[in-house]
Design a protein around this ligand. Sequence first.
Ligand code: 5AD
Ligand code: SF4
Length: 478
Amino acid sequence: MRENKNILPNINDARLRNRPVKIIYKDVQVPSSLLNFPYPKTFYIKTYGCQANYRDEETIAGLLCYAGFKRVDNIQTASIIFFNTCAVRENAEQKLFGHLGELKAIKQKDKNKIICVSGCMMQERESLQFLVDTYKYVSIIFGTHNIASILDLLDEYLSTKKMLIRVPSNSDEVVENLPSYRSSLFKAFVNITYGCNKFCTYCVVPYTRGQERSRLMEDILKECRFLKENDYQEITLLGQNVNAYGKDLKDGSNFAKLLEEVAKMNFPRIKFLTSYPSEFDDDLIDVIAKYDNISKYIHLPVQSGSNVILQAMGRRYSKEAYLDLVKRMRAKIPNLRLSTDIIVGFPNESEEDFLETLDLVQKADFASAFTFIYSKRKDTPAAKIVDKVSYETKVERFKRLVKLLEQHISAYDAKAMNQLHHVLVESVSEKDPTMLSGYDEDNKLIHFKGDTNLIGKIVKVKIKESHMYSLIGELIDE
Ligand code: 5AD
Ligand code: SF4
């Protein structure tokens, strides 16, 4: 008899930290049940959420392709269906449930379809329990720590045909050598750390993605070298807190050193996500200033401008320290463009607290921002706070914040008029097939007329029109 390993996630295990990290160089083996898969060898993946999830999707797809499967865009023609979920805010969960409901009809028509649900949401006990109780036709549920073993999970499912749940709550592993099916031939995400140790009081990520683990510098540089040889134009180094890179390795590596090594490889564009203000040090500022190919568009989440709220959030800096960092960055990086994340309506945020956030927005002069209304996440410390602020007040503040941010964004756009921007061309525009679309150095969406053979190249575009969240320009031939 097979041992029942369907254990639900456990918040105490999810809190565990400081276990020595094991680096595993995996030799991927394809089980014979997948080599001789009796149905069409096709799979479909739908991902929700952040860049880390999109990178995980590329690994899942890489493993399936390695086993001889083909990715399809039509869910109806796929033998294996993956939903890769997000848990950071409640609306991400709602979207998933809508899609899972639609799958019932597909499964009824063909009971051999294998439906897999993975990702952060599966690491939460209550969401998982709800899913198991409501969507009984799901085949495999796996968490953020089981991606490397997906082929073995499929093999196990094929032999039992019973719902399989694999969601260990934490991991001390970094798995290398996994195949990858990259979604772009010219821009790539490269993981540098996994997990997060910050435990901001509103955030579920440290529980869903586990303890912070850095990849070895040599393994990251090997992956970057491969991308360079394959002519990738833009790479983004990824971690929940890139500034923590190397701290767990205790071999002298840190993010400034890593970024400098990557910059020396001469990629046209290098970005990194996400930075944590109090760990953003002067060595890093110097490296960014020194290399032209490191993007001067930097995402530096502040979350709030109130010291009371920052403290309640467990953020380890003050409003003044954040603004001082911005000043030091601007002194050395004159063409810096800052982007940020802001949460409105953290429990018991007062009008004065909110005004502090507006004041910080004025002073920091963000070129772009992602704004969120606080969403209560189970098992996080903030979820226990009795909140006296109404949802209507939060929505009203949110609108005031967006209005102020839009004034700053418009000011940036006004300065962009008639300027030359370097655009990495991604595709034909979704709205207008006569136009191409791409992103400039500042992550701004730019549309312009041009030939499709420019896709994948960096071109110069003169900006002519602004539409707040995108710009329109003219291609400049050289
Ligand atoms: N509610 C609202 N926004 C959140 N974020 C993280 N957790 C929550 C939450 N519980 C936001 C933060 C973070 C971004 C990725 O998502 O601003 O930087
Ligand atoms: Fe969440 Fe804070 Fe970690 Fe970012 S730094 S992932 S907000 S706990």
